[in-house]
Ligand binder design. Sequence first.
Ligand code: HPA
Length: 233
Amino acid sequence: MTPHIESRDEDIADVVLMPGDPKRAELIASKYLDDAKLVNTVRGMNAYTGFYKGKRVTVFPSGMGIPSMGIYSYELFKFYNVSKIIRIGTVGGYLEDEKVFDVILADKSFSKSNYALDLSGSDSHIMEGSKALNEKIIEEAKREGIDLRVGNIYSTETFYDGGKNLDVMKNKYHCIGTEMESYALFANASYLNKEASAILTVSDNLVTKEEIDSSAREKSLDRMILLALNSIL
Ligand code: HPA
């Protein structure tokens, strides 16, 4: 037990998939997992442990933003001995040719956040995903015929930034999109010697203004969810 997770040690699998939204965690558990068991309800962050093709996996929501992802992924890595976390989320596209539903693997995450500084004293504003896990994901994407785009991501703390960060993040740091959680996940993984990756689906394009409508969201996330699940087998 931790201040935010009520699960018993044995309730949490070695590998965790982390969507942002608790409802998405429930959906993934009911649609893809066999024998799914509810293992956390604290703060409505309902988490499930079950089996995908015989592999034990936990689906645990991160909530939105660096602080929320920071808390849950830290506690899972540190106190539940989780070894791998794959974030599955959405991203706002920065490139004109990024279409909604496109799937992105976040290679490096840039942020102005002080999360890593406060965590470990590291003043690096760039955190990287696990190379080994990313390789598995890239390999699996090839097998599934998914045109996976690999690139840097801007992990912002300000959803409503009025587009102010787009030019500098895109041109100076070569970011191909923006989301709000991967920096904390990668910082925790690197601090605690664990593995983390972030697979993201383009939900909106900040240049073309194309957007996924909410009814299409569920279907569009299927490819990303299956990619994550098949990568951990
Ligand atoms: N900004 C930040 N996070 C996001 C966005 C965005 O435009 N789209 C999906 N996650």
